[in-house]
Design a binder for this molecule. Structure first.
Ligand SMILES: Nc1ncnc2c1ncn2[C@@H]1O[C@H](COP(=O)(O)OP(=O)(O)OP(=O)(O)O)[C@@H](O)[C@H]1O
Ligand SMILES: [Mg+2]
Length: 311
């Protein structure tokens, strides 16, 4: 049994002994409160387990970020309050094969299928918008718990897109400033959606993302949470190299392609950088002509070339 599993087991025992409640009140980000359930995992095998009163146990802390759902709705994003909005319908189509691959068993099983990276060739194509909407849409499903990771550490924008202030996160774990991932995981008022923020700006952000500790962290996430869908927002493939490294650990990649901007040649070039990932799915973003008055819309396809944009 690993150190992490032992700590989690010990925490369970302590919880049972003390009759600790299973839930905690919702608070604004920034105000740390102890969590009753072990939502986190240690960043590496040697992470310290704090001591208290002579007993060794893992003091798991998580916080709950309050997302303004009305604001999301006003921005045309998916919200649990409007499961039948046109955006929600579009993401229902997009997420379906991703979920199928993530949960496939037997011969159809996709290795690390629950690790999904959202990327694109160029900046500004809509990676973060799609990653956030996909994560919310999946979390609205009965059977799925979702962790949204902001792996665009040089230009983090997941929290901003959700109207939340910057928080510690991935960088702080990789830099060793935070030893337990649970310290920086944010639960949200969207049930079953947690966020791992990018964290504080770090001079060696790129190196850290491509580091051995990132590999270990990803492996731990995949094995610790096999039943959890983990969605990674990432930097553009042709501008930086981080996404290519992260891509090597992913079971599935969603390639966002901005309609009327990104050419086939550019998309092909970007796809060539992520050959190692077995499953690549394409989302045609910001497409006109998906319905009267609609500016943004989605196309969808598999394979090595983007689906032709609808006229
Ligand atoms: N389908 C869409 N509908 C409405 N707004 C969108 C859509 N896609 C993207 N946007 C908006 O376009 C802008 C750029 O999108 P986003 O930040 O998601 O791109 P990105 O690829 O993550 O950019 P970067 O490479 O800088 O990280 C944002 O303001 C976002 O809200
Ligand atoms: Mg982005």
């Amino acid at each position: 049994m690993s150190l992490i599993e032992k700590a989690a087991q010990r925490l369970d025992q302590l919880k049972q002994a003390s009759g600790e409640p299973a839930d905690e009140p919702v608070v604004q980000p920034g105000a740390a409160t102890p969590a009753a359930e072990p939502v986190g995992l240690a960043a590496n095998q040697s992470s310290e387990v704090p001591k208290a009163g002579g007993h060794t146990f893992s003091r798991v802390v998580s916080r709950v970020a309050q997302i303004d759902l009305q604001r999301l709705d006003a921005l045309g994003m998916v919200t649990p309050d409007r499961p039948r909005s046109s955006t929600a319908e579009e993401y229902r189509v997009i997420k379906r094969p991703l979920l199928r691959n993530a949960t496939a068993t037997g011969a159809a099983k996709v290795d690390d299928g629950n690790l999904i990276m959202v990327t694109s060739a160029l900046p500004g194509e809509g990676k973060t918008f799609n990653a956030v909407n996909l994560a919310i849409s999946m979390a609205m499903e009965l059977d799925y718990t979702v962790l949204l990771v902001d792996a665009d550490v040089s230009r983090p924008s997941v929290l901003r897109q959700l109207g939340l202030p910057p928080e510690k996160g991935l960088m702080d774990v990789l830099a060793g400033d935070v030893t337990d991932l649970s310290e920086v995981l944010l639960r949200t008022n969207i049930e079953k959606l947690s966020i791992l923020p990018a964290g504080m700006p770090h001079q060696r952000a790129t190196e850290l993302l491509a580091s051995e500790s990132m590999t270990r962290l990803l492996e731990q996430m995949a094995s610790r949470y096999p039943d959890r869908i983990i969605i990674f927002d990432s930097p553009p493939l042709l501008v930086t190299t981080e996404s290519r490294v992260v891509a090597t650990h992913m079971g599935q990649i969603v390639m966002v392609v901005e309609a009327e901007r990104t050419t086939h040649a550019i998309v092909r070039q970007a796809l060539a950088t992520i050959e190692s990932c077995p499953i690549k799915l394409m989302v045609l973003n910001k497409s006109r002509g998906q319905g009267p008055g609609s500016y943004y819309g989605y196309g969808y396809g598999y394979g090595d070339a983007p689906r032709e944009q609808a006229a």
